[in-house]
Each structure stands twice: as structure tokens, then as C-alpha cells.
Design a protein around this ligand. Structure first.
Ligand code: GDP
Length: 367
């Protein structure tokens, strides 16, 4: 990113590499360019772009992933220089979401986000793909080509808009079902706890620890729009529902914020928000604010939203000084390790303290 500090840019690139690996790529090399503003022509600037071309040839890479958002013409100009496919951060993130969406609603939302991203890029994309046929790009299986396939990409804008309208309608129709599920949980008067946090912070591991459920834990950046809901208990025996939510990433594409909305609305309606932080990460504060930014965007942070409990995870490998710095900054946070189990009893106690006591609902039967 242009104006960010060097350290920030490196963190961002490291995350981009992890994202690419999550999408199934092997990352070969990185090139860092510091500019105040992206070059309007080639995004990187022509000197740096030529350097990138050498890195590409030397490593045998078949794709370049840019850590930012490129205009169609910048992407084409860069492809002309490096001679391999160029995609940007947004396309990569959308691709990962496409891979991970499981529910019908999740799939529809990701497709909608992908089409929204694609629409203004339609001409640029089609042109460069056909120009590259027979070039070094391997098939249509790579990053950025999942989801709406190549045939769809060639549809004209009007047909894409029609498709988008249909998806929006479908999503709207699916909403009542989600609403009913939510309400029946409410009616059961079971307080709800949601787990949110940066991707890879340890949300699934913590959910497993707290519920004994076998949720898949991956050492990869995992992104999902489909929350898992489990039941668990606090020390005094009260029941709560616990659900895992989306994994957050740096500069979440705006197209996805909309897709996240309904999932995030559930966060807003929960009683307690466990905000899981990887205390061993080089920039935990940056992750905390990235998560809060997204939550604020959908209006779930502050106000009468859930009580937030910050969970400083991975204390087994975190620097104790960083942990105490975070403890001072985030009052009332709990230090845990989902790996060793350290601090989990204290976390359960803490949840018990902030969890509301369920109201007793009485059905009045009129004879
Ligand atoms: P999520 O993306 O937030 O759901 O994160 P996961 O639960 O999938 O965990 C991401 C990675 O961090 C996995 O490799 C976990 O084994 C690891 N991890 C999770 N919690 C801890 C912890 O307390 N300590 C250590 N050392 N690793 C952890």
C-alpha cells in the first residue's frame, strides 16, 4: 500500500502471501515498492514492473498478485510487462470466499460480490484473457477464475445486472428463514455468544475448546460467511449458544462488506461478543482496529450492541510484554491459549459474569 509505513506494507504482504496459500497457490517471491500514490499507468511504475518481470521469469511464477486494487487498464499494462496473469487483492479475497461459502445464501452473496467487482472491469478482463490464450497462464483453474466462470465473464453488462438483481432477490427471500432460526433461538431465551476476530486468530480452536465440538481448524486464513452454532455452558450451569463468525482480513473488499451484513447483523444481536486476538501476531493492535472498523460499518460496535470481551489468544507463544501492553489497553480482556487450555476457566467465568440471565417466558393460554 502506498502511504503506509514499511512495516505495515510488509505485514500486509505477509498476509497477502498467507491468503494466496489459502487459495491454493504456492508463493514464490515478493517485490515491495514504496510509492506515495500508485503509478496511473502500470500501478508499480515501469522500472519496478520490469524488476518484477525478472522476478517472475526467474521463479517461474504463473500469476502475480498485487497488494491493492488495480484499475482494468493498470492490470492490462502490468500484464503486458510481466507476461503472466495479474490479479489484485480484492479478486484473491473474493476467490477465497467463493471456495469457502457453503450455504445457499453464502454462495449467492459471494457471487453477488464477485459480479459487483467484475462489472466495471468487464471489458478489460475479457480482452486480456483472450489476448493471453496460449500464453503462460495455465488454464482457467487459477485464482480469480472460480465463481462466475469464464463464460459468465463474457456476458454483457446487462445480463450481469440481471443476474445481480436475481441474486439480490434470492438473498432477500432467504432472509426470513434466517430470521426464523434466530428468533427461535431467542424464544428459547438462551443467551448468545458470538466469536469474532481476525482470520487465523484462533476462533475455531476456541470454539472447539469451549464446546468440545469438532470444528475444522486450519492453519490457513479461513474465511466463511456461514457461522457454526453450538451450545455450551457457563460455570453456574446456564446454557448459551456459541457461534463462530467471519474471519476478518485487512482491507476487506467493500463488495464483501455488503455480503457480510446479514452475518454481522447476528453479531449485533448477540448478548456477548468474544473478540479473539492473536497476541503473538506482529501487529495485534492493527488487527483489533481492523475488526472494529468492519463491525462499526455494520453498526454492531458500541451502542446497545453486545458486551465485548477481548480474548488475547496464543499466550503460549506471545511475547509477555506484548500481552501486558494489550491487557493495559483492552480493559477486562482475558489471556488464554486455545492450544494449551490456559486461561479457559477464567474465560468461562468472565462470560458467566457478562451473560444476561434468561428471562422466564410464560405462555398465557386463554381458554
Ligand atoms: P480462525 O481462523 O480464527 O478460526 O483460527 P483457527 O482456530 O483455525 O486457528 C488458526 C491457527 O492458529 C491454527 O494453526 C491453530 O492451531 C493455531 N492456534 C489457535 N490457537 C492457538 C493458541 O492458543 N496457541 C498457538 N500456538 N496456536 C494456536
Amino acid at each position: 500500500s502506498a502511504s503506509a509505513s514499511a512495516e505495515d506494507a510488509e505485514n500486509s504482504l505477509r498476509e497477502l502471501a498467507a491468503l494466496a496459500e489459502t487459495a491454493g497457490s504456492t508463493v514464490l517471491d515478493g517485490v515491495l515498492q514504496r510509492r506515495d500514490t500508485p503509478d496511473p499507468g502500470t500501478w508499480l511504475g515501469s522500472g519496478k514492473a520490469k524488476e518484477l518481470k525478472d522476478v517472475v521469469s526467474a521463479s517461474g511464477a504463473d500469476t502475480v498478485i498485487a497488494d491493492g486494487e488495480l484499475s482494468p487498464s493498470q492490470r492490462r499494462a502490468l500484464e503486458d510487462i510481466v507476461k503472466v496473469k495479474v490479479i489484485d487483492r480484492t479478486a484473491l479475497i473474493l476467490d477465497i470466499f467463493a471456495q469457502h461459502a457453503k450455504s445457499k445464501e453464502g454462495k449467492a452473496q459471494v457471487e453477488l460480490a464477485q459480479l459487483e467487482y467484475l462489472l466495471p472491469r468487464l471489458r478489460g478482463w475479457g480482452e486480456s484473457m483472450s489476448r493471453q490464450a496460449g500464453g503462460r497462464v495455465a488454464g482457467g483453474e487459477g485464482i480469480g477464475s472460480r465463481g462466475p466462470g469464464e463464460t459468465k465473464i463474457e456476458l454483457d453488462r446487462r445480463r450481469i445486472r440481471t443476474r445481480m438483481a436475481k441474486l439480490r432477490r434470492e438473498i432477500k427471500e432467504m432472509r426470513p428463514a434466517r430470521e426464523t432460526r434466530r428468533q427461535s433461538r431467542r424464544r428459547g431465551a438462551v443467551p448468545s455468544v458470538v466469536i469474532a476476530g481476525y482470520t487465523n486468530a484462533g476462533k475455531s480452536s476456541l470454539l472447539n475448546r469451549l464446546t468440545g465440538a469438532g470444528v475444522l481448524v486450519e492453519d490457513a486464513l479461513f474465511a466463511t460467511l456461514d457461522p457454526t452454532v453450538r451450545r455450551s455452558e457457563v460455570p453456574d450451569g446456564r446454557t448459551m449458544t456459541l457461534s463462530d463468525t467471519v474471519g476478518f482480513v485487512r482491507s476487506l473488499p467493500t463488495q464483501l462488506v455488503e455480503a457480510f451484513r446479514s452475518t454481522l447483523e447476528e453479531v449485533g444481536e448477540a448478548d456477548v461478543l468474544l473478540h479473539v486476538v492473536d497476541a503473538s501476531h506482529p501487529d495485534p493492535e492493527g488487527q483489533i482496529s481492523a475488526v472494529r472498523d468492519v463491525l462499526a460499518e455494520v453498526g454492531t460496535h458500541g451502542g446497545d450492541g453486545p458486551v465485548e470481551v477481548v480474548v488475547l489468544n496464543k499466550c503460549d507463544q506471545a511475547d509477555p510484554e506484548v500481552v501486558s501492553r494489550l491487557l493495559r489497553r483492552e480493559r477486562g480482556s482475558v489471556v488464554v491459549s486455545a492450544r494449551t487450555g490456559e486461561g479457559l476457566d477464567a474465560l468461562r467465568e468472565r462470560i458467566g459474569e457478562v451473560l444476561p440471565h434468561p428471562e422466564v417466558l410464560v405462555d398465557v393460554v386463554v381458554p
